[in-house]
Design a protein around this ligand. Sequence first.
Ligand SMILES: [Zn+2]
Length: 742
Amino acid sequence: MSTGYGRILSDNPIILSNNYSLDAGTNLNRYLTSDTTFITNNQFLEDACDNSNLPVTNCIKVREDKDSISALQNSDKKWAYDTASAEWLQVQTFGHMMQITDKFHSTLTSSFVKKGSIGYQSAFPTFFMDALNPNPHGHWDMTRPLTANAFCKEADRAFFNPSKFLICLGFDSEETSVKFAQDNTVIYHEMGHAFHQVLMNGRNRDAGVTPASDLGYLFYDEAGSIGEGLADFWSFIMNQRTHFAEWGLGRFIQQSRPMDEDDPLHAPGIAANSDSRLSYPTYLLYDPNFPDKPIEDVHYAGQIISHFMVALVKDLTSKCSWAQTASTEVVMHLLYETFLELGDLTASGNTGQTNYVNLTQNHALTWNRVANPVNFRKFTQVLSKYLLLTYGKAGRTGCGGTNYDMDGYEQLLDSYGLLLFKNYNEDGGSLASGNSGTNTVVTASNKVKTVTVSKDLIKIDPTQGASEAFIFDDRQSMVAALNSLKVSGQIPGISDQIEDGLPYNNGNISISPGEFVGVALNLYNDSNTPMAGVQVLGNDWDHGKDGEPCGTFEDNFPTANEGAADVSTETGTNPGECSYITRENGDDAGESIEPVCMVQVSENNATKWAFQNELMTKIGLDDSNCLDGSGGNDKECFIRIVEGADQSTYSKLDPKKTWAQTVSGGDTPEFNFNNLMFMEVSPWIPPGTTFNCRLRVRFTNCEDCWSDPNTITNPTGDDYLDYEYAGGRPFKIINFEFIVID
Ligand SMILES: [Zn+2]
């Protein structure tokens, strides 16, 4: 063995043995590479950043588990170990981390070069190139190495933790000798998540903006699903195989995932032709290992994206006469652009632009997280835009001497149910130029399988006796929920008006003073096609004027008699008016945004709806006793939806069904934290007080939630501008009314 070298497994044991029934206890030494593989010339399993501008020395580090402080050390630098040893797991992990990192860097470099030679409006920050040449890791986390625990003592878990920039590779619970690190494709998947994090924050690091973009939050949302599908795709990138984790996840715990419709694991009826693709939203809850059991899980929902990406690679290969590896690199280039733009918190999104994505720098995180987050529509629209700009436009010659066939591409996207946008939105979401630039329109006749539904058809379950919402207020679950939200960094904490340990949480399934509660609207799909990517927003929006609620939205609530602001002299052009939506989420002069929950107060022997500061005044509560504390926003004095836990998501509502009926076939469903939004309830609320929260609801395959349905003023179907998501128009407004009782 030469210095610096070792032996690793070039693929997972199932593939190397060509035995899909391989025993758990098989001696894996026999499948090691016969040639040695370069590991490192360091005496630790660490890779230097080679960039003196960074405050961190090493960019990659592998150790056994969290208790090991340092990376594995071998002063001889000879990295040959028995595959049964913990040392070998670390060498194997490090070797594959280095191989995929090399692929990541080399394709970043080649994409950067292609960007220059093709010439189009790109999201690549220039520092990517400065950092890459000659210093490879300049755009990484910059403050700490990407660390992998190669023998993590966690059963059935392998994960990437973005807040720690850490990968954990656990073991199979069924056969504990089977470790995830033995399966290189699992390492690639987790590394994919790390690259997504790096890319989503690439423009942020370049601009000195705190890197805070994540692809998805707790449990289920579409951004998280897309992240999982693309993480699987990283395995394909490395080995061009359309199945992931046959050994680590497939063999003993039945969790491996295909990326091609012709895979034998798939249920009957799925095939790689335009009628039988793994289409959205039909297959969102489909687990090929247990096809009869619907499951709301990001990994399985993500299969739609991994299958689409592989199908795109194959389409490019055949239409442009490229090698499949070359097509894969083109798709990686598109992915880099897409991530860089979507995660941009400077709001520029793109070279030479201002407020092109995510509204403004002040509010970019809110737009990225809740107001206009990554979903199947947005992701495919941005990816498609870059495909159009680089290879698809008339005059491009990169695809076998001509331009790539975008018409065929739209048909492919449609066969996946993903032709959800009406144009490629090259002009972005900026107020200044978002509706004035070039916009290539999708050919309407290509939309055949993709089904969109009017937002009007989502509503509270109209069934007699059905509840308006599910309330979760038992102490044990809410303590656990609060803890998860804090540990994940999703919320910083809650009001100190709510006592530690939640002693007032009484589990009576109603909202009582002093509680911390979870709320899930009981939504119903009143159409004949599935609705998917349902999102309920409880964040602040522009629905007030001079301290009174506006009654000018589609719900016509409240009326003038019920306390609505006077709009009789409005022109729609002056900031402050109900009919004028804030351009900068309340930062613009004369504008503000308001919390969603209003309260009923009595005035002159009648009742009216008001913001919560009126109740504070009425009962003479000192504002230091408000949930927001003294000097905080008194309009959320009594009921506050916690920022960061202010939206709930549902994968899918089948036709004429609720979410519960969709995911559980009528049994009581298991709610996850993503299904709830969380509310603090002040102990100072007089029992019997009525509140109304004006929640905004929409879904991904919605006809009129993402672009203006008025085709007379908007013939190209251009998207709503970013600022419009601070208003009511893109949403179905659902009023959630409840009485606080002891
Ligand atoms: Zn994953």
